[in-house]
Design a protein around this ligand. Structure first.
Ligand code: NZQ
Ligand code: ZN
Length: 384
């Protein structure tokens, strides 16, 4: 196992009715900016629950944070935070609202000329506004990590940023808030969480049985709970609770400690969202089978472990078992209703050329050298 520092200070307030306890966790007298998206929280009652819990506070609102949040939109909120002396941010929504608000928290105190440099140049974040979160969509893990992803609409760039100052002070995870989700967002969440685990697990063995078994446990839970969510006509609390906790655990840092993480699938997926607006999770379901096929030799040991422990594949040659595990993975994504081919989303060779050119200019893809910029074209072409 490799050396690591593990730090995760996020207090998790999990379960039914937990929104009512918000006031116990925000400093008295704080001037709050509550941020949210396109209005789902007004339809499902979450907005009212939050407002009731914050009735003793001075609360301003910023709405309209879009899926794959735009830098341009978020900068409007930064102005409000600066002008109104806001000292606590409360995102209420999915990963986009949470990520967008982390960016607002960092950009408010940014002293450089262009706040976009926080993403484009990884400019150092030295101070951030405190934030806590109310999650309404189980998927990204943003509620318990210190990272985010923001898109500049003007240039179609979707980039990540992060800093320990951006860990939420707390996150409220009430599974009942997910009851109003359309099935598309539930299944997106299942696939996003699944691929988060794969990016940290399906790389190279480093003798990390604890992390591996945690990762396999999360994958198996998603494989079990995903179809249940699709099958039940009315939301089942236990099912939603297990999905929510799986997604949080998939990207709160725990399973990545001491192991080799990848993130190449995410990096390629971000480009598909930036250029084509394809849902984040859908891009991952498209890219991952192609990437694993390309890495079949290099990552063979972990692929065989995954085949046996997650998919019970014990017969056939090494190559047959690896191929079948990749096929089962893609079939799982399809079984929750996701179209896993580029052609399903009207993406053709011209776009592959543009995306692969971006990686060649950038000079890298994920965190491991095994996926090279020059491989992106082949990976995407295998997914046409
Ligand atoms: O905007 P509203 O009206 O709230 O509607 C949202 C949005 O349209 C809706 N929604 C959310 N909760 C709902 C609901 N609708 C009904 N009932 C509810 N309870 O769902 C739609 C999608 O929301 P979004 O926040 O975009 O989804 P998700 O949570 O999947 O977040 C995706 C974003 O997170 C980034 C992605 O790149 C993408 O930008 N990621 C962030 C990560 C992180 N911070 O660690 C890691 C991930 O890999 C991911 O990259
Ligand atoms: Zn993701």
């Amino acid at each position: 196992m490799e050396n690591f520092d593990f730090f995760n200070p996020v207090k998790i307030l999990f379960g039914k009715g937990k929104i009512a306890e918000l006031g116990n966790h925000i400093p008295k007298g704080a001037k709050i900016l509550m941020t949210y998206g396109g209005g789902s929280i007004k339809k499902n009652g979450v907005y009212d629950q939050v407002m009731e819990a914050l009735k003793d506070y001075d609360v301003k609102e910023f709405s309209g944070i879009e899926p794959n949040p735009h830098f341009e939109t978020l900068m409007k909120a930064v102005e409000i935070v600066r002008n109104e002396g806001i000292d606590f941010l409360l995102p209420v929504g999915g990963g986009s609202v949470l990520d967008g608000t982390k960016f607002i928290a960092a950009a408010t105190y940014y002293e450089g000329e262009d706040e976009w440099d926080i993403l484009a140049k990884r400019a150092k974040i030295t101070k951030a506004v405190d934030l806590g979160a109310v999650l309404t969509l189980a998927a990204t893990g943003s509620e318990m990590n210190s990272g985010g992803v923001v898109t500049k609409a003007a240039t179609k760039e979707k980039l990540a940023f992060g800093n320990p100052l951006l860990f939420p002070k707390f996150s409220v995870l009430d599974p009942e808030t997910t009851y109003s989700l359309p099935m598309r967002q539930i299944t997106n969440g299942i696939v996003d969480a699944y691929v988060h685990v794969m990016e940290q697990y399906l790389t190279y063995p480093v003798n990390s049985p604890v992390q591996d078994r945690f990762a396999e446990g999360l994958l198996l839970t998603l494989i079990e709970e995903g179809p249940k969510a699709m099958a039940s006509e009315t939301p089942d609390y236990e099912n939603r609770a297990n999905l929510m906790w799986s997604a949080t655990m998939a990207l709160n840092g725990l399973i990545s400690m001491g192991v080799k993480s990848d993130w190449a699938t995410h990096m390629i997926g971000h480009e598909l969202t930036a250029f084509h607006g394809i849902d984040h999770a859908v891009t991952l379901a498209i890219v991952l089978p192609g990437l694993l096929t390309k890495m079949k030799e290099q990552r063979g040991e972990k692929l065989l472990q995954y085949a046996e422990r997650v998919w019970n594949i014990t017969e056939g040659t090494d190559d047959e078992r690896k191929t079948l595990a990749i096929q089962k993975t893609e079939e799982f994504f399809q079984s929750v209703g996701i179209a896993t081919r580029l052609g399903d989303h009207n993406v053709g060779q011209d776009s592959i050329d543009t995306i692969s050119q971006r990686f060649i200019e950038r000079g890298y893809v994920g965190m491991l050298p095994d996926v090279a910029a020059a491989d992106v074209a082949e990976i995407l072409e295998s997914r046409l």
